[in-house]
Design a protein around this ligand. Structure first.
Ligand code: NAD
Ligand code: DAU
Length: 338
């Protein structure tokens, strides 16, 4: 793998113990065994070193907060590329308690960018933003020049981090670029997000709380496609640019839920209509022509990806059961259906 015409020897992955970050590390470790990896992660409730079981050799884990400037600077020494996945990521939690979102998703990004400025040797910083920064769109698609109009405290914090990353390119001429992926799903996703939450609840014959009338729509991107997209950005992305990573796999929450139940052979009577999420975005949809220009396109259709995901959760019951047991102690997160 090359960046700016030079071989990439060392990548710092922040948030590598989470869902997309751990899939990214697994991919690099398998396909680019000569690249050294530093996984810098605070291990919040969403960080889980079991996601990286079996990753050995050329890999170092550093437990740390991206808000900790000294620790970040030490971990960044000798790094060619930084990929920042670290974030608070769950919209419902951001509605309940936004403080950590602002601290990690805005201030933490500032600390990383400052560390990069002082380090002076990092050749590329890929900041992982989200399609939620654009807000909801009833028809059509957002491109990278569409105005940002985030709805939730999560999305607003991500928009802050996204534009701060750009500011460090524009003001300090640092090689920073921004990825804006659509809704991801696949192995190792923490069972609070729609797909793993509903798979694991259905497997326990528990009800599936569908917000509002279930007609809200998301574009579902299989995590391996995101990982390949980020690698394309490392090799071919332009500093200062933002890139949408869409899937072209739009599906309403009603349809997603029914497909999960069909895969598992569970009855639709498990579905419960519950109160809507506050400020609930109706639809996300991206134009990803700019990524196509770099030779990237998603390869996994939703039917195929969902089937693989369901199989993974069926085969990894110990992994998610442990997380759910811990979750049950977090009473403030119990929702209005329990
Ligand atoms: P996740 O919640 O599964 O993992 C987040 C990781 O970041 C965890 O390992 C956690 O321990 C770590 N972390 C949190 N705060 C930290 C801090 N202060 N310092 C260091 N580490 C910290 O998240 P994910 O779903 O894998 O998302 C990864 C990134 O991709 C995030 O930036 C998210 O906003 C973005 N994104 C996610 C999706 C999606 O659908 N999952 C879609 C688009 C963009
Ligand atoms: O679009 C990218 C974003 O996708 C990422 O930036 C976020 O980190 C990620 O969490 C995700 O946000 P969403 O809010 O779209 O994902 P979530 O899985 O929380 O919800 C998907 C849809 O399902 C949404 O319309 C709300 C609905 N939902 C969700 C849950 C958890 C329900 O109806 N019931 C539920 O219990």
């Amino acid at each position: 793998m090359r960046v700016k015409g030079q071989d990439v020897k060392k990548i710092m992955v922040t948030g590598g113990a989470g869902f997309i970050g751990s899939n990214f590390i697994r991919h690099i470790h398998k396909h680019f065994p000569d690249i050294e990896l530093v996984n810098y992660d605070k291990l919040t409730y969403a960080g889980n070193l079991e996601n990286l079981a079996g990753i050995e050799g050329g890999y170092v884990f550093v437990q740390g907060d991206i808000q900790d400037a000294d620790r970040v600077a030490t971990a960044m020494a000798g790094v060619d590329v930084v990929v920042n996945f670290a974030a608070e990521t769950h919209v419902d939690r951001s509605i309940h308690d936004p403080g950590d979102f602002i601290l990690t998703d805005v201030y933490g990004v500032f600390v990383l960018l400052e560390a990069m400025k002082k380090n002076g040797q990092v050749k590329l910083f890929v900041h992982v933003s989200t399609d939620e920064v654009y807000g909801s769109i009833a028809d059509g698609f957002f491109n990278e020049n569409s105005p940002l109009n985030p709805s939730s405290p999560y999305a607003a914090s991500k928009a802050g981090g996204d534009r701060l990353a750009y500011a460090y390119f524009k003001t300090f001429d640092l090689p920073v670029l921004i990825a804006r992926p659509a809704n991801n799903y696949g192995p190792y996703q923490y069972p609070e997000k729609l797909i793993p939450f509903f798979i694991t609840r259905a497997l326990q014959d528990q009800t599936l709380p569908l917000y509002g009338d279930g007609s809200n729509c998301r574009d579902w991107l299989y995590v391996e496609d995101t990982v390949r997209g980020i690698l394309a950005l490392v090799e071919k992305g332009e500093p200062g640019q933002a890139y949408n990573l869409g899937a072209g796999q739009e599906c309403s929450n009603n349809d997603v839920t029914r497909q999960i139940l069909r895969h598992l052979g569970k009855p639709e009577s498990l579905i419960r209509a519950v109160a809507d999420r506050k400020g609930h975005d109706f639809r996300y949809a991206l134009d990803w022509g700019k990524m196509r220009g770099l030779g990237w396109q998603p390869q996994t259709g939703f039917t195929e990806g969902l089937s693989r995901t369901v199989e993974w959760y069926l085969g990894h019951r110990d992994w998610w059961r442990k997380l759910i047991e811990k979750q049950n102690f977090q009473s403030h997160l119990r929702k209005n259906y329990e």
